[in-house]
Design a protein. Sequence first.
Length: 258
Amino acid sequence: MIFAGCDVGTLTTKTVLLKNDQILAVSIVPTEAKAEQSALNSMNKALSNAGITIKDVKYCVGCGWGAARIPFANTTESDVHSGAVGALWLLPSTRTVIDVGGLFTRVVQIDSEGRVIDYVMNDKCASGTGRFLEIMAEALEIKPDDFDSPSLQGSHPVNITSQCSVFAESEVITYLNEGAEIADIVSGINNSIALRTATLVGRLGIVEDVTIIGGVAKNQAMVKNLEEKIGVKIKKINHDPQMVQALGAALIAKQKTQ
């Protein structure tokens, strides 16, 4: 049987198809203005990749910002629970999940069954999230993926102090006008994200093993910086960290039919 999880996030929409406890297909597409269309785009891409139709999917669980608008979901689940279930399946030793997504950063403690013990999340707009990186990339005229580029890791990081994305953008523009190297600004931004995330980790506390999910988890320069700040090695998962919540939703879909 085939099960599906669809995560309609603020920046991207993800779908995961499961068959016989194996990932059959994954799709990640940009989130459009209408959550319904974003979900359909992602699901149709995943179905096409798998060579099946929606009729072959036995049960689907939706999660994310637009979960309630997913037309084909049988039910919905929280982002926190979905991410916990997905992270534990990929890394069974996980007990702390750091989730840095499009607009939210969460730190979640879970038990050996994937149940959420406690969590905290950011309360300072989009500071330190995927949207924050997009805004900074626009200001620097680079791509968000470039924040992980070895050639853009400066040795003298600038200090980004603002908790607000708009004011942080103003700081970046000021640094540019003052002649700061782009590599030093990039390093300063990565440091800023790591510091904000580490502050959240400190509020909840750390139980090892620790892993990180969400689109910003692809930025290994930031992840390395975060490791230094929290003093703990972050375990890598063996799949795209951006699809973990959709994976968790698919696993929950399977659980609901047993």
